[in-house]
Design a protein around this ligand. Structure first.
Ligand SMILES: Cc1cc2nc3c(=O)[nH]c(=O)nc-3n(C[C@H](O)[C@H](O)[C@H](O)COP(=O)(O)OP(=O)(O)OC[C@H]3O[C@@H](n4cnc5c(N)ncnc54)[C@H](O)[C@@H]3O)c2cc1C
Length: 522
């Protein structure tokens, strides 16, 4: 992951790639891993930073989707449960087995959800993460000591997976590189190159130097999530939009609100959705909402009513009622949902299945889907790319492909550096060998100074925000604490990147501007 050598590779005039992927979120990175591991010459181009879009803003669940089962989307649940199991096996340093409890406040809820979740277990087959069970009132209280006890009749416990989305994205980028792919952040695709009406490459601009590149490729994949329509416009100007962006908001609270290893799942909120309160990196994530949004952006902003809804709904299930002053971070993400045929459909009813479209000029666009199904989405997309580009046929090998850093002897729940997997000791060594990088950057969030240097040296971090939002999760866990440590991050990064004081000042100003939407200014 070295920017200088990547730029050298993409500037070679006569070079033709087999596959160029636009977009460095879950979908694009999954495609890069699949294509590179089949031996194709693969280039991925991301306009900002890996997972800056939706892929760092999920609820962090690796799940089959209990809600999709309720909606009768059986094939999606089967597919997602299989992928959940594979992700768990291929990335044990990033994915954990998370127990969820549905607290019930009436007498039919317990048996009703137990039966539904037994079906969920059955559908997972050998890749199941543990049996679902009915809990008595006493057992439910023991499992969730901070749950609202007034009227509680019992509960149901079931299992799904949990992960760190942006750390998974970095690990996918590293896996793709391990297999020979080239990946580039801060490089925006600004147009498509056509010959005889067929797409044969992309134009891209390095966002740091403003230098333009013409990149030739046998196949181009558009994996830009909510931005997919912009790329389609380069190919088919005036085409009707395919994406309906739906916003989901999360709030992050101190762990005392759910001081337990179990998560809460509310199967039916007042707006007919599911809501989760999940322990994550020593905090609690509460989410989410489903709000139709007209305009997409890289920094979507949570609406007041979405935040109030989460505070109120979670308050109904917790002994300690969260208020605005308890919110440590707020983050919003946009689901790249495929527009339904029927325009009147509510966003919560739109299927989360993915769709692959191929234009007359040969642009492959992949939309919809979930983080959990990124591998299958990539497999399906690369199958199409092989056909379209006349590439030599090679089988997909990602079902049993260990993700970069793979190791079994590490626990993502108790070890704050588990996500680095086999690289963990190398980061600890930096702190031991270089005294100015020794010790904590934030003891509160368990972030070490050496992680900043590592992010620049080995993970292509270019800005203070890359480090605080995605290489570490400071911004998403505690926005104020992230602002406190930002000057030190800027200082370490400036030294690593050979930048001056002015760079540090500009970086801090930009970071403050972004971070202000992640917390309430008291
Ligand atoms: C609130 C919320 C909660 C969710 N929770 C879960 C969950 O718990 N579990 C789960 O499985 N799924 C979840 N999802 C779904 C999942 O997060 C998304 O399906 C997935 O992240 C989408 O990834 P993507 O790569 O398609 O899009 P993105 O992550 O948005 O990536 C697209 C990338 O393309 C880049 N790009 C755009 N234009 C250009 C250009 N011109 N040149 C170069 N690059 C470009 C963007 O910068 C962006 O990084 C959730 C989604 C939301 C919104």
């Amino acid at each position: 992951m070295n920017r200088v050598s990547v730029l050298k590779k993409i500037s070679k005039k006569n070079r033709e790639w087999d596959i160029v992927i636009i977009g460095g979120g879950a979908t694009g990175l999954g495609c890069a891993v699949d294509a590179a591991s089949r031996g194709y010459k693969t280039l991925l181009i991301e306009q900002v930073d890996f997972s800056k879009g939706t892929s760092s803003r999920s609820t962090k669940l690796v799940h089959g989707g209990v809600r999709y089962l309720q909606q009768g989307d059986i094939s999606l649940v089967f597919e997602a449960l299989k992928e959940r199991g594979l992700m768990f096996k291929n990335a044990p340093h990033l994915v954990t087995n998370q127990s969820f409890i549905i607290p019930t406040y009436d007498f039919w809820g317990g048996p009703f959800y137990t039966v539904g979740l037994k079906v969920y277990d059955f559908m997972a087959g050998k890749l199941g993460l543990g049996p679902s069970m009915h809990l008595s009132r006493e057992e439910a209280i023991e499992a969730l000591p901070t749950v609202e006890k007034d009227g509680l009749t019992g509960g149901v416990i079931y299992h799904d997976g949990q992960f760190d989305d942006s750390r998974m994205a970095i690990s996918l980028a590293q896996t793709a590189i391990d297999y020979g792919a080239t990946v580039m952040n801060y490089c925006k695709v600004t147009g498509l190159i056509k010959k005889d009406e067929l797409i044969c490459g992309v134009n891209a601009v390095d966002q740091e130097s403003n230098k333009e590149y013409s990149i030739k490729s046998k196949v181009v994949i558009n994996a830009t999530g909510v931005f997919a329509d912009e790329i389609i416009q380069f190919d088919e100007p005036g085409k009707k939009d395919l994406i309906t962006p739906s916003q989901g908001v999360h709030i992050v609270l101190d762990k005392s609100f759910l001081d337990n290893k179990n998560a809460i799942m509310v199967p039916h909120t007042s707006d007919g959705r599911v809501m989760f309160a999940v322990p994550w990196h020593n905090h609690v994530i509460v989410g989410t909402t489903d709000t139709l949004i007209e305009n997409h952006s890289l920094e979507p902003i949570a609406l007041e009513e979405e935040i109030n809804f989460l505070l109120e709904t979670s308050g109904q299930y917790l002994v300690k009622q969260p208020t605005r002053k308890d919110v440590l971070s707020i983050f919003a993400g946009l689901r790249p949902l495929a527009k339904p045929e029927d325009d009147g459909k509510a966003t919560k009813e739109i299927s989360r299945s993915h769709k692959i479209l191929i234009s007359i000029a040969g642009l492959i666009t992949i939309i919809g889907g979930k983080w959990t199904t990124y591998r299958k989405m990539a497999e399906d997309t690369i199958e199409k790319a092989i056909m379209l580009g006349g590439l030599p046929e090679r089988n997909c090998i990602t079902q049993h492909l260990p993700i970069h850093g793979f190791r079994m002897d590490i626990d993502p729940v108790t070890d704050s550096m588990a996500a680095y997997g086999l690289d963990k000791e190398k980061i600890i060594a930096i702190g031991e060998d270089e005294p100015e990088l020794a010790g904590f950057l934030s003891e509160k969030l368990h972030i070490y100074k050496s992680q900043v240097a590592w992010a620049v040296r080995k993970e292509m971090a270019r800005t203070v925000e890359d480090v605080l939002a995605r290489r570490t999760r400071a911004l998403f866990l505690d926005a104020r604490e992230s602002l406190r440590i930002a000057p030190e991050v800027a200082k370490i990064m400036a030294k690593e990147l050979g930048q001056d004081k002015d760079w540090e000042i500009t970086q801090l100003k930009t970071y403050k501007e972004i971070a202000k939407n992640y917390y309430f200014d008291k």
